[in-house]
Structures are given as C-alpha cells and as structure tokens.
Design a protein. Sequence first.
Length: 510
Amino acid sequence: MDIIIFTIISLIVGIGIGFMIFRFVIKSKYNKMMSEAANDAEVLKQKKLLEVKEEFLNKKAQLEKEVQQRNQHILQSENKIKQREMNLAQRQEALTRRKNEMDRQQNNLDAQQSLLVKKQEEIDKMQQMEREKLEAISGLSAEEAKEKLIVSLKDEAQTNAQSYINEIMDDAKMTAAKEAKRIVIQTIQRVATETAIENSVTVFHIDNDEVKGRIIGREGRNIRALEAATGVEIVVDDTPEAIVISAFDPVRREICRLALHQLITDGRIHPARIEEVVAKVKRQVDEEVIETGKRTAIDLGIHGLHPELIRIIGKMKYRSSYGQNLLQHARETANLCSIMAAELGLNPKKAKRAGLLHDIGKVPDEETELSHALYGSKLAEQYKEKADICNAIAAHHDETEMNTLLAPIVQVCDAISGARPGARREIVEAYIKRLNDLENIAMSYPGVTKTYAIQAGRELRVIVGADKIDDGQTANLSAEIAKKIQDEMTYPGQVKITVIREIRAINYAK
C-alpha cells in the first residue's frame, strides 16, 4: 500500500516536474519566437521606411521637375509678354510719330491749299486780262478762237490717223502671206485624206471560160445587145476568166457590170432579157445615185439642197478627174473650206456648201460648151442657190470676177485637195524617181544606214547608226536633209523627215 502511494506520489511529482520543464521550454521558445518576430518586424519596418523615403524622394524630385518646368513656361510666357509689350510700345510710339507727322503734313497741305486758291484766283484774273488783250489785238472772241483751234486740231488728227492706217496696212501686207500659209497648213493637217484612182476600164471576173460563149451569144447577138443597151465596149479575149468593160463613163461601166452579174447569176442570157435587166439596173443605179447624194449632204451637215443638186452630187461618185474621185474631192474640198472659213471668222456652213457644189459642172446631163465652173454656177443659180455660192463656183478657176470671200477660199481648197500627194494620177516613172531621189539624198549623209520613203513620198524615214551619230546630231541631220530636199527637188505638198536612232542588244540563250 505504501509502495502504491509512493508510486503515485512519485508519478505526480514527476508529472509536475515534467510540466514545469515543458512550460519552461515552451516559454523559452515563445520568447525566442517573439524576439525573432520583433526583429523581423523591425527589419520590415526599416525596409518599408526606406521604400517610403525613396518614393517620397522620387515624388519630390518629380514635383520639383514639374515645378521647374512650369516656372520655365511661366518665365517664357513672361518674356513673350514683355516682348509683346515692348513691340506694342514701339508701335504705339511709331503710330504717335506718324500721327504727328500726318498732322504736320495736313497743316502744310491746308496752308498750301489756301495758297493755291489765292494763286488760282490771281491766275484767273491774269488769264481774263490776257484774254481781253488777245481779243482786242486779234479782233476774235474766245469762242471763235476755240472753233479755229478745234478745226486745226481735227485736221492734224485726221492726218495722223491716215498715217497710222497706212502703217497698219503696210504691216498687214507684210504679215498676210505668213498668216495665210499658217491657215492653209493648219487646214490641211486637220483634214484626213484618202486616195481613189479610177480607170477607164472595168475587169469583170467570171467563174470559167464557158460563160464567155454564152455572153457573146449566137453570131454575137447577146454582146451586141448588151453594148447597145449600156453604151460600153465589151472586150472578150483570151484573158482567162475575165471580161473587160471599156468606157469613159463610169456610170455606164457600172450598169454593164451589174447587168452582167445578174444575167450570169440568172442564167438566162438573150437580147430581150438583156434589155430588161439593163433597164432594171439603170433604175437601181439611179436610186443609188440619189441615196449617195442624200447621205453625202447629211454627213456634211448641209441642208436645203434642191433634189436635182442632190442627184448631181450622187453622180459624182462615178466620175473622176485626173484619176481623183470627184465625190471624194468635193467632200474633201467642203471640209477644207469649212475649216479655213472658221479660221478666218467667216460662215463655215456656207463655205462647206460652196466647196461641195464647186464641181457640179463636171457631171452634166447634156453636152455644153461652157466650162465646168461656169456651167456649175449656172446649175446652182437655176436651183435657187444664193448669189455668193454661185459666184464661188464660177470663180474658182478665175473665169469670172470674185465678188465674195467665199470664192478665194473655194479656189484655194480646191487646189489643196487636188495638189496633195497621191490625190491625182501621176506618171509612174516620175513617181518612182521622186521616191528614189528622196532616199538617195538621205543616204548621201554619213552615219545613215537605211532610208525608206513611205506614204506616197510624204514621209522619209532615216535610220542612223547609234555608234556614229548621237542624239544631238539627229535633229541637225533631219534639218539638213529637209533643207537639201527643199532646195533640190520639186514635189507636191510637204515631206516629213523622221530620223530614227536606236540601240539594239541581241543575245542568244543556248
């Protein structure tokens, strides 16, 4: 029992001692942890204080910088304001000086004005006294003297004006030729031209030579009937697959050609059928002539023509003059007249009308002894054309006096249309010789490798070696060739010389 009690007491004492020891250990650890926590808190406090101080310093520096910048801006603004104040003060002083100067000048002007008024009064008095003396000496009043002075000045002015007019006329005569050339050249350049060469024969092609026998007919009756109906000569020879229709009248040749085409297509060829087809073709051609005349008038914008004049214009399609188609020539002349009249400030529509009608005398329905210009004027007068149009038609070959400005315009434009290169038939040998001469003249210059005369001799293209002539020399070469052609050759119109210099590099990929 005692042992148990001792054991219990020992256990209780041991527990108490252990608790005391445990409490001491816990307390020491707590004190240590509190010490460490206090140290950490102090370190953290110091660190935060440093960060706050650093941020404060940064904010302070930034604020000082902003304050400094604002101070600089304020200082600059103050300087500007001071400068403006100084400028304003200077301007104010200048204005004050100017105002004082103007006041002084105004005072001087007032004084001078009053002085001038006094002097003017004195001059008026003196003039009145002198006028009275002059009237007494000359025996004339002031009004009479004035009239005589006006008369003398008027005569002098008329003399000076006449002299001035004579100078203007002389200057106009000197520049008239130059201005006329400019107008003619501009007119030619603004009209596109075409060429149309007519012959006196028409070749009618057939499919085979068996048709020739059917056209000739038994004992030649078919061909005689066709010749009698159309008024042409039909030549059937050994030429393969061709028949030649010969006549100086293009309308007759056209009628014969169309009639032959219909007869061969139809297959019935005999005298009665020939007469029927020819009559039908004549009506068709007459209708086509009228339609051509109407279309020409509409294309050119010419209105109010008499129906007979329209028919005559349509007939021009089947006429030619020196190989130039008459209708094409009339249309071209009309366009030239319109442009030239506009350049001269005249009525372009009336000029175009005169140009279109100027050769209507070349397509008469009956034989006449009058020239085509006079006969055309007679036709125009007959069909109620105006007097200036009739005069322009009659005078375009100087067969009558020119009464209006339309007449010389029509004459010049008719010559331009007929004289341009390629418009009328030329002798082939002379034409070829002119082209060869153009090329030979260009080839005579050093550095030229090739020459080509093109556009019927209206343009000469000269190819030069790039290694022999530079760019600056090409212009000189073109001018020299043009001058030599102008001096040594005779040609219609003008010749354009184009010098071409190029470099070509050629390689082959193998």
